[in-house]
Design a protein around this ligand. Structure first.
Ligand code: CO8
Length: 256
C-alpha cells in the first residue's frame, strides 16, 4: 500500500517502518499515525515477519504530536473525536517485538511513541523529552506513566515539570534506552538485534513479550486512562491556546 508519511521495507523476517515527514521533524499528525497503525497491523499479521523496527530520520525520530493540528482543539471534542485513539493504541497492541531506533529528537508524543515500543536503541545524537508543559499541556500518550516507570518518579517529575531534554548518555544511565550506539551504527546495530530476535521462536517471543508487559500493564492501563482524563480538558484553556500559538509564532509564551 502506498503511504505518504511513512516508508516501509522488509529485510528477511524484519520489517522496517520509517517515519517520513521531514519538513515538520516527523510531527505525529493524524494521517501519519493512521498510516503507522495500518503498517503495524499489516506486518503483525504477516507470517513472514517476526520483528518490526520503527525509526525516523537522522534529525528526528519524532518531535511530538503535531502542534499545528492540535492547537485549535477543545474539550469536550478532544474526548469525543478519538484524539489519541485507535491509531496510537495499535503500537501497544502489536504482538510482534517492536524496536525503536531513535536518532535526534524524540519529544512529547515522539518520546511516548518510542516508549510504547518494546526496546529503544538510541544513536548518540538522540534527545528525549516531554516538553508539553512549555506549550500549556501535559503528556497525553502515556508519557506520565511510561517515563515514570522507566526512569523513576523524581527524574520523571524533573523532566515533565520542566520540559527539559535528556541526551542519549543520560537516557541510558536512567534506563530509558537499552543501548546507545554511534549515530552511523544505529540502523546496522538495530538490524543486527532485530535479526537475532527474528531468529527465535515466534510463540516464545510472543509469550515473553506478554509476560514482561504483564509486570506492569494492569496498573499502566489505569494510569494511562487517568492521564488522558487530565490531558484532554486542557484543550481550549487560555494557556494551551497561548502555548501552542507561541510555538507556531516562534515567540516565548506568556503564561501570566
Ligand atoms: N508539531 C508541529 N510542527 C513541528 C513540531 C511539532 N511537534 N515540531 C517541529 N515542528 C516544525 C516546526 O514548526 C518547523 O516548521 P516550520 O519550518 O514550518 O516553521 C519545523 O518543524 C522545524 O522545526 P524548528 O524550526 O522548530 O527546528 P529547530 O531545530 O529550531 O527545533 C525542536 C527543533 C527543538 C524539536 C523544536 O521544533 C520543538 O521544540 N518542537 C516542538 C517539540 C514539542 O513541543 N513537542 C511536544 C508536542 S505536544 C505532544 O507531543 C503531546 C502528545 C500527546 C499525545 C497526542 C496525541 C495526538
Amino acid at each position: 500500500m502506498p503511504y505518504e508519511m511513512i516508508v516501509t521495507e522488509t529485510d528477511g523476517a524484519v520489517a522496517v517502518i520509517r517515519l517520513n515527514r521531514p519538513e515538520s521533524l516527523n510531527a505525529l499528525c493524524d494521517q501519519l499515525m493512521s498510516e503507522l497503525a495500518d503498517a503495524l497491523r499489516g506486518f503483525d499479521s504477516d507470517k513472514s515477519i517476526r520483528c518490526i523496527v520503527l525509526t525516523g530520520s537522522d534529525r528526528a525520530f519524532a518531535a511530538g504530536a503535531d502542534i499545528k493540528e492540535m492547537q485549535n482543539r477543545s474539550w469536550p471534542e478532544t474526548g469525543l473525536d478519538d484524539f489519541i485513539g485507535k491509531s496510537w493504541e495499535v503500537v501497544t497492541t502489536t504482538l510482534k517485538p517492536v524496536i525503536a531506533a531513535v536518532s535526534g529528537y524524540a519529544l512529547g508524543g515522539g518520546c511516548e511513541l518510542a516508549m510504547m515500543c518494546d526496546i529503544i536503541i538510541a544513536a548518540d545524537t538522540a534527545k528525549f523529552g516531554q516538553p508539553e508543559i512549555a506549550i500549556g499541556v501535559i503528556p497525553g500518550a502515556g508519557g506520565t506513566q511510561r517515563l515514570t516507570r522507566a526512569i523513576g518518579k523524581s527524574k520523571a517529575m524533573e523532566m515533565i515539570l520542566t520540559g527539559r531534554m535528556m541526551d542519549a548518555e543520560e537516557a541510558e544511565r536512567a534506563n530509558l534506552v537499552a543501548r546507545v550506539v554511534p549515530a552511523a551504527d544505529l540502523m546496522p546495530e538495530t538490524m543486527k538485534l532485530a535479526r537475532r530476535i527474528a531468529g527465535m521462536s515466534p510463540v516464545a517471543l510472543l509469550q515473553a513479550k506478554r509476560s514482561i508487559n504483564a509486570a506492569f500493564e494492569t496498573m499502566l492501563a489505569e494510569g494511562v486512562r487517568y492521564e488522558r482524563a487530565s490531558f484532554l480538558p486542557l484543550f481550549g484553556t487560555p494557556h494551551q491556546r497561548e502555548g501552542m500559538a507561541a510555538f507556531i509564532e516562534k515567540r516565548k509564551p506568556d503564561f501570566s
